[in-house]
Design a protein around this ligand. Structure first.
Ligand code: PLP
Length: 463
């Protein structure tokens, strides 16, 4: 008995890494039979995560990798708040509604008080909802006109994968305008050429994932107005403003891309990108009640309350929405402008310095789009490396600067991109530039065959 007490006491004082259960392999694909000390389980999990990339050096992602300490506190506080339980958490529901109105106002909705909209888990869910609304409205209109309509189609520029998913999941034909050498965005003429009676809408992107450039939304809108005047086709325009929806209003307030254009019927944006909220929140806003067909809204009678909802999920965390509201109050328009301005300046600085390295042709330098820098290798010059080698070299210093090939018809063009988001400071940029110069020097000294474009494709996702 006494002996046992001693051994229990000894185990309690064990250093975590000297503990018996850390000397054994933990099962990876089966839930273990026995329980274990929470401190031990915690260390095992946290140590595993060391092997992940360092998110602050991940210059591939558009998503928040730094938040103020207050946001961490809000997230912990809201751990138990379920966004769907509006009756139990009426203030969280109220905060969501305020954010919807704030965004409708930010995007110049003519009736911001009556705008329809909701939070989502990100722009991907927002795109599904917006696409479903376009499809339902189109179906109702064609039925009312006594037509069958055939298979519906969606006309887009080179879009983020969520629109490919929307079309695949909801049986809509995707008519994606291909890129051409030197044109990496949608063009108004190419969009209109693909519209017919089956077109449920046109999607234009404010800040494409491939280069960060804004698509010419005002031109697309005008071309669709002309199409209606000439052929009677009334094609709605949706703006995928995943990143740009939180950049353009602050840096280019005169750019006409939003509800100021009557043809723009809905807009989505990612709160967790330049909206500066933590991961897990997006937004979709409809111009008018009529743009969101009523049959898509479910009135759920649940736990004593009636909740109108339009969402793919049921239960979902509330903290991200509350943190978004905190950001709106904390920063105001002035604060957002300062943050995005700081990002844009670092982007311009990086573009200038990367240009000076003598190997690269800059495709996007920040202004005219979101704060990203995108480049390709100069043509007709022997570099002794390709962009995939370059990305690999930078990875040895922890930097994630993805190289990838463009979609059709520019599959032969490899580019590299940096997203300058909140927290990519001037001094971090200088550290990266020093490592870039060193990487080039190294590759010049040790020229390698390196992986070709074709083998190296697909290693990075556009997130
Ligand atoms: C990131 C992105 C998406 C997907 O958004 P999530 O918030 O990651 O779901 C869609 N469209 C564009 C243009 C994007 O940049």
């Amino acid at each position: 008995m006494l002996h046992e007490r001693h051994s229990i006491k000894a185990a309690l004082f064990d250093d975590i890494y000297a503990a018996h259960d850390l000397s054994l392999c933990v099962p990876r694909y089966k839930i273990p039979d026995a329980e274990r000390d929470p401190r031990h389980a915690y260390r095992i999990v946290m140590d595993e995560l060391i092997l992940d990339g360092n998110s602050r050096q991940n210059l591939a992602t558009f998503c928040s990798t730094w938040v103020e300490p207050e946001v961490l506190d809000i997230m912990a506080h809201c751990l138990d708040k379920n966004m769907i339980d509006r009756d139990e958490y009426p203030q969280t529901a109220e905060i969501e509604s305020r954010c919807v109105h704030m965004l409708a106002d930010l995007w110049n909705s003519p009736h911001a008080d009556n705008t329809m909209g909701c939070s989502t888990t990100g722009s991907s869910e927002a795109a599904m909802l917006a696409g479903m609304a376009l499809k339902a409205r189109w179906r109702a209109n064609t039925a009312a006109a006594g037509k069958s309509g055939g298979k519906p189609n969606l006309v887009t520029g080179p879009v983020q994968v969520c629109w490919h998913k929307f079309c695949g999941y909801w049986d809509v034909e995707l008519r994606e305008v291909p890129m051409e050498a030197g044109r990496y965005t949608l063009s108004a003429a190419e969009a209109v050429r693909r519209c017919d009676e089956g077109t449920i809408g046109v999607v234009a992107t404010l800040g494409t994932t491939f280069t960060g450039q804004y698509e010419p939304i005002q031109e697309v809108s005008a071309a669709l107005d002309l199409l209606q005047a000439e052929k009677g086709l009334d094609v709605p325009l949706h703006v995928d403003a995943a990143s740009g929806g939180f950049v353009a209003p602050f840096l280019e307030p005169d750019l006409q891309w939003d509800f100021r254009l009557p043809r723009v019927k809905s807009i989505n944006a990612s709160g967790h990108k330049f909206g500066l909220a933590p991961l897990g929140v997006g937004w979709v806003i409809w111009r008018d009640k009529d743009d969101l067909p009523a049959e898509l809204i479910f009135d759920v009678n649940y736990l004593g309350g009636n909740m109108p909802t339009f969402a793919l999920n049921f239960s979902r965390p509330g903290g991200q929405v509350v943190a978004q509201y905190y950001n709106f109050l904390r920063l105001g328009r002035q604060g957002y402008r300062k943050v995005q301005q700081a990002c844009q300046r670092v982007a311009e600085y990086l573009a200038e310095k990367i240009d000076e390295m003598g190997h690269f042709e800059l495709i996007h330098r920040g202004p005219g789009g979101i704060p990203t820098v995108c480049w390709k290798l100069n043509e007709g010059q022997d570099h002794g490396f390709n962009l995939f080698d370059f990305a690999d070299r930078l990875r040895t210093r922890g930097w994630i600067v993805p190289a990838y090939t463009l979609p059709p018809n520019c599959e032969r063009v490899a580019v590299q991109r940096i997203v300058v988001r909140h927290g990519v400071s001037r001094s971090l940029a200088d550290a990266l530039l020093a490592d870039m110069r060193q990487a080039i020097e190294y590759m010049n000294k040790h020229p390698s065959a390196g992986p070709g474009v074709d083998e190296a494709v697909g290693g990075f996702k556009h997130t």
